[in-house]
Design a protein around this ligand. Structure first.
Ligand SMILES: Cc1cc2nc3c(=O)[nH]c(=O)nc-3n(C[C@H](O)[C@H](O)[C@H](O)COP(=O)(O)OP(=O)(O)OC[C@H]3O[C@@H](n4cnc5c(N)ncnc54)[C@H](O)[C@@H]3O)c2cc1C
Length: 370
């Protein structure tokens, strides 16, 4: 393991940690990363990256279009009460297996000469120092990118905030061709199932629910269209499970320590925004470290987290109250433009103010009549 001094030490080499390391190295800072796992690191994930996340990745010099990722044009919502879909107003999304994405990030980090220590636990952090596999490392900045259950967050005094919701996700890969140009999100009373194309004959399917005891295969009959397409089809690769947490922290910076990625708070996984946020945060953090102004990172972090969190809250209301969900779906069917506008807002192509009074009124009216 690297010992000595570095400008930036990153605890956790998942997507957030590696993206921040890459962005910092590209700005001329010396960087070391430690992760207790070994690459390629897999994780339960929907494996879709939204257009704004791809833009942030391209700014890191990574173009997934040239690296075997699979494009999707927008989002389709399906429920017993109806279906609606919309294309992204700008750009496209990409699906890529999580382990492949990790491989791409590791290769980029290696090409920049970043010190990478795999199979190495970060035991403690404090201002200016991390204890890594028993050895001290001095660093001007410490970045905690150690995920949802961050053990380092409390050591930085940054554990104040609130957990609003925990849900449980299960991922399978099916050896099947895509049937749709969209990422599909299917809704039922037991939760949501969403499908992302990640290869020519490779579909990532995630079931997410508030009930930790229901598994994807058990829930499948509640989603008639998916049941018809997926039941009995061959799986490829391992099933994985994970917890999706809606968490908001009061602050993500203490002195020269910054939280990043899921350790810095998160919206529900159904938003599909986790990775996009991570890549945007990484760039903002690297800019702030270069400028010596982590307060700027705190401000940008707050701004870019707002929309995913609001969208996550709306979708959790739809999850909690089937009758509201059914009305909203009927509203979407009658005012299909509204779903397109909400998607544009979600991907930050338009601001909430640009939703338009007429569209909002006609959508509200169709929900009331539904
Ligand atoms: C079910 C589910 C579905 C999802 N679907 C999507 C989706 O479709 N699209 C999307 O964009 N996002 C999705 N997300 C969210 C996305 O997976 C996360 O936002 C993303 O993984 C966050 O990356 P991270 O690097 O912050 O954390 P992680 O990926 O958790 O990485 C943290 C890293 O830190 C390491 N680590 C932890 N502690 C230590 C330590 N003490 N020492 C050394 N290393 C340590 C771990 O080994 C790990 O590699 C989903 C999440 C879930 C749970």
């Amino acid at each position: 393991m690297f010992t000595g001094n570095t400008d930036v030490f990153v605890a956790g080499g998942g997507p957030a940690g590696l993206a921040a390391a890459i962005a910092a190295a590209q700005r001329g800072l010396s960087v070391a990363v430690a992760d207790w796992a070994r690459p390629p690191i897999d994780k339960a994930c929907g494996e879709g990256i939204m257009p704004d996340g791809l833009l942030a990745l391209r700014n890191l010099g990574i173009d997934l279009a040239t690296l075997g990722a699979v494009p999707f044009e927008g989002i389709r919502f399906v429920d017993a009460a109806g279906e609606t879909h919309a294309r992204f107003p700008q750009g496209i999304g990409f699906g890529m297996r999580r382990a492949d994405l990790h491989r791409v990030l590791v290769e980029k980090a290696e090409s920049l000469g970043i010190h990478l220590a795999w199979g190495t636990r970060v035991e403690a952090i404090r201002q200016g120092e991390a204890i890594v596999a028993g050895q001290p490392i001095r660093a001007r900045y410490i970045v905690c990118a150690d995920g949802q259950n961050s053990a380092l967050r409390p050591m930085a005094g940054l554990n104040t905030g609130k957990v609003y919701r925990r849900r449980y996700g299960f991922r399978n890969h099916y050896r099947l061709r895509r049937w749709s140009p969209f990422v599909e999100v299917h809704w039922a009373d037991c939760g949501q199932m969403y499908v992302t194309p990640v290869g020519v004959e490779d579909l990532c399917v995630v079931f997410i629910s508030s009930d930790k005891h229901v598994r994807l295969e058990d829930a499948l009959p509640a989603f008639p269209e998916l049941h018809r397409r997926l039941a009995g089809q061959p799986l490829s690769g391992k099933t994985a499970g994970g917890v999706s947490v809606t968490r908001k922290l009061n602050t993500v910076v203490a002195g020269n320590i910054a939280l990043l990625g899921d350790s810095s708070g998160s919206a529900d996984a159904i938003t599909g925004d986790g990775l996009s946020l991570v890549f945007q945060q990484a760039t903002a953090l690297a800019d702030a470290m270069l400028a010596g102004d982590l307060a700027a990172y705190q401000a940008t972090h707050r701004r870019i987290s707002r929309m995913p969190r609001n969208m996550g809250e709306l979708m959790l209301v739809m999850d909690d109250h089937p009758w509201i969900r059914r009305r909203i779906f009927r509203g979407f069917t009658q005012s299909p433009r509204m779903f397109g506008k909400l998607l544009a807002m979600h991907t930050q192509t338009i601001s909430p103010l640009q939703l338009g009074v007429n569209d909002c009124l006609s959508f509200g009216w169709s929900i009331l009549r539904a």
